[in-house]
Structures are given as structure tokens and as C-alpha cells.
Design a protein around this ligand. Structure first.
Ligand code: MF3
Ligand code: CO
Ligand code: CO
Length: 297
């Protein structure tokens, strides 16, 4: 994991920030006029992060619009008695009708087109034939590929009338994503995002899942960097314009511990308490950020 990169200080044996691929001491360290920093080359060499050009951003934004439309459509259909398999079919058919491919289907053996995570399921729930019941909370997670570009987002929906614990964990997860979003600006670090999320979650007596993290996205489903939802202020990679990644905090009402079911996907809280998650795909801009999968929550 790339958590403790010190991008601020350039050591003599580090890669030169000009992006030449040479060591700093063999390049700009003693140069009278250092060449300008080539962030695109530097981020690729140092972190394997592919910064996105305006044309790429357009493609991811278009994929993102379709993802958000799919989430809206799913939300309309979520009700007592509906099965998660029915939701899967609705999302799959909507994607295909709009010339997109659902990224989860056959991804590392995942058998369905979306993830549906109910109650104590943290993430990667597999759509099935069990009916949703009154008081359930469900996360629907949609990733589509459109014209080769990926966008990834998820949201929580109440089934029928939520109880107090359901209301609480969904509200805390939403506020956690918002706290993360407030850190999204060039010059801040990946650690700042996790720090803000962890601070809010723990202030509410909730816990942050460690095993799953946000991720670069756009050219592929999961790209560098990792974006943990916990951490220290100032740690990790510095955010720069052109970075596209998800923030997707998974927040538990009880303890953070989890286990993965026999299907090798479904992640479930060890204490059986509720878990909730919101996710969007973000672009770092010159002066802040833009959501490429924008929805109100
Ligand atoms: N959409 C999930 C994420 O946010 C990944 C799901 S992987 C799958 O990263 F195979 F389960 F679809
Ligand atoms: Co994601
Ligand atoms: Co997702």
C-alpha cells in the first residue's frame, strides 16, 4: 500500500520532479534553472497514477452520468418484497440499453452486474432472490464502462420505514463522505481525506472499515492510489489536478471487524451490527474538485 509516501521532500536519490526519470542528483538538483515539474510523468513513475486529460474526464463524466441515472432508477424500484436480483436485472438492462457494460460482471469472478449490500453486509453483496423487508437498509453500488471509461458510485436506500439505528448509520456514512469531500483540493493529501472521515465517524461512536479503500478509477476499475478512509493529516500522496479517484467510506455502527462469506465476496460485520456506505468518483481540479458521479445525499 502506498500510504506513507513523502512527496514534499525530494531526496538526492529520488526521481527528479521534472519527470526525466533520472535521479534528482543527476538532473535538476544542481541545475541553475530547474526544469518545470512534469506532474504527469512524475505521478506515473512514482505512484503509477495516470492523470486524466480533459478528453478522459469527459468520458468518465459521461459514464458517471449513466451510473447516477442507474442509481436513481434503482432507488425508485427499491421497496418491500423486491429482490436484489430484480434490482440487478434492472441495472444490467439499463446499462446495456445505453451502450454501457456493467463492470462488476465477471470481474475477478464476481457473478452479477451490481453490488447490493443489505444491513450488516459492508460491501460486495451479491444480488440474490431474497426479498427486501421493512426496515432494511441497502447499499447499491454501480460501476459502468462507457466508451472504455469507468465511473463508480454507490448510495444507501431505506426499505419501508427505518428504525433509529438505520437512520443513524446512514446519516453518519453520508456525513463521512461529505467530510472527505471537504479535503478534496490540490495540495492536500490522501491522508487528509481518511483523517477527516475517521474523525467524524469515531466522534459519532462508529467505526471505519480498514480492509476496503477508495481507489483511482477511469481507465480501469481499480487504479492506484489507495484511498483509505482512516489516516493521519498530511500523510500520503499529494492531490494534484487530473487525479480521478473514489472516496467510499464503509462505516459500521459497532466494531470495524469483518469476515468474508463463503462466496468469497460478501463482507459482513463480525458483530452483526449495521454498516453503511456512500461512494462517488471525484476529479481533482486546479481549485478544488468536481464529482463525476454527482448526486444529492
Ligand atoms: N464497486 C466496488 C468498488 O467501489 C467494487 C466492486 S468489485 C465487484 O470498488 F466485483 F464486487 F463488483
Ligand atoms: Co469503488
Ligand atoms: Co463502487
Amino acid at each position: 500500500m502506498m500510504l506513507k509516501g513523502k512527496a514534499l521532500k525530494v531526496g538526492r536519490n529520488d526521481l527528479c520532479p521534472c519527470g526525466s526519470g533520472k535521479k534528482y542528483k543527476r538532473c535538476c538538483m544542481n541545475a541553475a534553472a530547474p526544469k518545470p515539474v512534469n506532474l504527469e510523468k512524475l505521478y506515473l513513475q512514482k505512484y503509477e497514477i495516470r492523470l486524466k486529460h480533459p478528453q478522459d474526464v469527459e468520458g468518465i463524466r459521461a459514464a458517471g452520468r449513466l451510473v447516477v441515472e442507474t442509481l436513481d432508477l434503482l432507488e425508485k424500484h427499491i421497496a418491500i418484497g423486491v429482490t436484489t436480483n430484480e434490482l440487478n436485472t434492472i441495472a444490467h438492462e439499463f446499462a446495456v440499453k445505453n451502450n454501457a457494460t456493467p463492470a462488476p460482471l465477471n470481474y475477478r469472478g464476481f457473478p452479477k452486474s451490481i453490488c447490493t449490500s443489505v444491513n450488516d453486509v459492508i460491501c460486495h453483496g451479491i444480488p440474490e432472490d431474497r426479498q427486501l423487508k421493512n426496515g432494511d437498509i441497502i447499499n447499491v453500488d454501480v460501476t459502468h464502462i462507457l466508451n472504455g471509461y469507468y465511473a463508480d458510485a454507490s448510495k444507501m436506500v431505506f426499505v419501508g420505514t427505518p428504525g433509529p439505528e438505520a437512520k443513524k448509520i446512514v446519516s453518519v456514512a453520508a456525513e463521512c463522505l461529505k467530510a472527505g469531500m471537504r479535503m478534496l483540493a490540490p495540495g492536500n493529501t490522501v491522508g487528509d481525506i481518511g483523517w477527516a472521515i475517521q474523525r467524524y465517524a469515531e466522534s459519532q461512536g462508529c467505526s471505519v472499515v480498514r480492509e476496503f479503500v477508495g481507489h483511482g478509477v477511469g481507465f480501469d476499475f481499480h487504479e492506484p492510489p489507495h484511498v483509505p478512509h482512516y489516516g493521519k493529516k498530511g500523510d500520503g500522496i499529494i492531490l494534484v489536478p487530473g487525479m480521478v479517484f473514489t472516496v467510499e467510506p464503509m462505516i459500521n455502527l459497532g466494531k470495524a471487524n469483518l469476515y468474508v462469506a463463503d462466496d468469497n465476496w460478501t463482507a459482513i460485520t463480525s458483530d452483526g451490527k449495521l454498516s453503511a456506505q456512500y461512494e462517488q468518483t471525484f476529479l481533482i481540479t486546479e481549485d478544488g474538485f468536481e464529482s463525476l458521479t454527482p448526486f444529492d445525499f
